[in-house]
Design a protein around this ligand. Structure first.
Ligand SMILES: NC(=O)c1ccc[n+]([C@@H]2O[C@H](COP(=O)([O-])OP(=O)(O)OC[C@H]3O[C@@H](n4cnc5c(N)ncnc54)[C@H](OP(=O)(O)O)[C@@H]3O)[C@@H](O)[C@H]2O)c1
Length: 292
């Protein structure tokens, strides 16, 4: 099977390269080899490769910068995603695309399901929702995998920041009033690869048949404070820590350009029912990730 992977140098893209490479020939593009803002180049690359599946892990992901650069965020996360969807239908390729919990406003009391109303609080969420909408309007043969709180210990992520800060400071102040679904990038990539492997006999037909939004995130619910304390407790190199206490604080103590949803864990049952795939519980995943 031929797969085109976009965003191969990103956190999820790097993990996908290994997982997809176990069963497919992967043509991988990072920003230096294919800039998603160049529509003609994107279309040309897909037509040349004629893949069975396109996996789009590229995105404008800087949530705070998106507030001041919404036009570019919308171009990469919205407009070009619609082009990918149309082009995938034209070349009869299935598209696997990632979206985010930031399409929700976080004003709920139970984990979000796929058909819950969206109401992004900021520019990043609006731009990612624009991508979802473009795919839906185009009737694209696309699986939109909404994920959340993605981390890898060795990459720029919340968990990596906690590991660094635990070595630098004696006291950490961590937001305790934001809840979500921590997701290990390695597990997200594995689950994506399992999904695509499962449709390998007819990728276009199966993806077109199942097209729509699916939540794919680590199991369970955590606050930022929970994730920080679990990271510190599970760090196999705890002897290097300076940190002595972790203090829960409200979001209002950390004003940032972009507002974050307060409670946006993702209910992933639809993915499990349709594809038999569920990511492991977040605490077990975190402990495993920290041992890699
Ligand atoms: N990280 C999270 O917590 C999280 C949560 C929910 C959903 N998601 C979604 O998951 C997917 C993967 O995210 P990630 O964590 O792997 O993010 P990431 O590490 O920022 O990777 C995104 C990649 O896209 C590339 N990119 C940005 N603009 C581009 C352009 N114009 N042309 C080509 N490549 C471009 C980036 O390159 P540069 O590094 O050069 O900019 C980067 O390598 C995204 O769709 C994201 O929205 C992530």
């Amino acid at each position: 099977m031929e797969i085109v992977l976009l965003g191969s140098a990103g956190q999820v893209g790097v993990a996908l390269g290994g997982a997809l490479g176990c069963f497919a020939r992967v043509t991988a593009y990072d920003r230096s080899t294919l800039d998603l803002s160049d529509t003609d180049a994107v279309v040309g690359a897909l037509r040349a490769a004629r893949p069975a599946v396109v996996v789009n892990a590229a995105a404008f992901t800087d949530v705070d910068r998106a507030e001041s650069e919404e036009a570019m965020a919308t171009r990469i996360n919205g407009d070009i995603v619609g082009v990918l969807g149309e082009e995938c239908r034209a070349i009869r390729a299935g598209l696997v695309h990632y979206s985010t919990d930031f399409v929700f406003d976080g004003k709920t009391s139970r984990p979000y399901r796929e058909d819950d109303p969206t109401a992004p609080l900021g520019a990043y969420g609006r731009s990612k929702l624009a991508g979802e909408t473009a795919l839906a309007l185009a009737g694209a043969p696309a699986l939109v995998l909404r994920t959340a709180w993605v981390y890898s210990p060795g990459r720029r992520s919340f968990v990596a920041s906690i590991l660094r800060l635990a070595r630098e400071r004696e006291s950490l102040r961590i937001v305790a009033d934001q809840s979500g679904s921590p997701t290990f990038a390695g597990d997200l990539a594995m689950a994506t690869a399992l999904l695509i492997h499962g449709v390998r006999n007819d990728p276009f037909g199966a993806i077109d048949d199942a097209r729509g939004v699916y939540h794919m995130a680590g199991g369970g619910v955590a606050t930022r404070f929970d994730l920080a304390t679990a990271t510190i407790a599970s760090d196999p190199r705890a002897s290097e820590h300076r940190v002595k206490d972790v203090v829960p604080v409200p979001t209002s103590d950390y004003p940032l350009p972009a507002p974050r949803p307060a409670f946006a864990p993702l209910d992933c049952q639809k993915l499990q029912h349709r594809f038999g795939i569920a990511l492991p519980p977040w605490r077990a995943a975190l402990a495993r990730a920290l041992r890699q």
